[in-house]
Design a protein around this ligand. Structure first.
Ligand code: AMP
Length: 315
């Protein structure tokens, strides 16, 4: 699988406290989460200040960093606060730095990737990566955020017309479509011809609005959320990582993928930055997946029965 997106140094302010200069970025969280399930290659750019240990941390776990260019200048920086609302970040500062002039040239191998994730970054950059694919991947998904809806709407709208799945958080879905609820926003996006829209709702989970069905998954009910940064990208990494690993984009796979997305996001928010997400074992992931099965398990009524609604309402 191939991902293009940001690799960043973040400063976050959460109710648990402030953390400066933590490795982040949409492509970083995505690749970290998906690396548990499939081979993933990153296309991004960093500056001269990028720590060799951070590159090693990604490549040591099998993430292909051959498309992670290092150029003169400073690495992308983002600073955000969750003091007001743990479910949505307030951006305090965005410094594109080396991303301002980034024009990636994909390798022959990367152009053939069967799954492509256009993680949150300038939609023109997302479009340039999509245009370089030799064959149409089996699945192309993208994410975005309020900044790009504000400053790059035409490019973003034209990109969304060319992808299969849009993953987007609730506030941004409403901003993009001008609708006032998630179902209505999803309907508006699906009218553009996509296969599915996944609306991420922070602690309220996520809803997959697919052309053929709707599926909702909760967020794991954690008692403490330390840092929500990267939850959306980790969700996407679990979601697409699962689909790529089973090489299936059918309805059952998409439902399960949404649960795997929620599993990965739940680990990310337990600590600052990548601390928890990067240190999982297969049994951690399986146990959390099983907890989701339990969380959402209920028996349908057997034997063609309906609910015990009182007889006067039969008609
Ligand atoms: P999320 O999964 O939505 O919490 O994404 C968090 C990550 O998005 C952070 O690590 C930031 O570095 C990154 N980010 C914030 N703003 C932007 C932007 N305008 N373009 C690309 N990445 C961004």
């Amino acid at each position: 699988m191939l991902v293009v997106g940001s690799v960043a140094y973040d400063t976050v302010d959460t109710p648990s406290g402030k953390n400066d200069h933590q490795l982040g970025g949409s492509a970083t969280y995505f690749s970290m989460a998906s690396s548990y399930l499939t081979d993933v290659a990153v296309v991004a750019v960093v500056g001269q200040d990028f720590d060799l240990a951070d590159r090693a941390m990604l490549s040591d776990r099998g993430i292909d960093t051959s498309g992670l260019e290092q150029v003169a200048g400073k690495t992308f920086r983002w600073s955000g606060s969750y003091r007001e609302d743990l479910n949505s970040a307030v951006t305090l500062e965005t410094q594109l730095n080396v991303f301002a002039d980034f024009a990636p040239e994909l390798s022959e191998v990367h152009r053939e990737s069967p799954f492509l994730f256009l993680a949150n970054i300038d939609p023109n950059l997302q479009a340039s990566v999509l245009a370089q694919m030799t064959r149409r991947p089996k699945l192309v998904a993208c994410d975005t955020m309020n900044l790009w809806i504000d400053i790059s709407r035409p490019a973003l709208v034209s990109l969304i017309e060319r992808v299969d799945v849009l993953l987007i958080n609730e506030a941004e879905a409403l901003q993009l479509t001008g609708r006032d609820g998630v179902a209505s926003a999803a309907q508006s996006v699906l009218e553009g011809g996509l296969r599915a829209v996944v609306i991420k709702r922070g602690e309220y989970g996520a809803v997959v609005f697919h052309r053929d069905f709707t599926f909702a998954v909760p967020a794991y009910p954690l008692t403490t959320v330390v840092d929500p940064t990267g939850a959306g990208d980790s969700f996407a990494g679990g979601f697409l990582g699962y689909l790529a690993s089973v090489d299936d984009t059918g309805a059952d796979a998409i439902r399960r993928a949404a649960v795997v997305g929620s599993v990965m996001a739940s680990f990310t928010v337990e600590s600052y930055g990548l601390d928890r997400l990067r240190s999982l074992s297969a049994s951690d992931i399986d146990a959390r997946f099983d907890a989701f099965v339990e969380l959402t398990r209920f028996h349908p009524l057997g034997g063609g029965q309906g609910l015990p609604v009182r007889p006067q309402f039969n008609n």
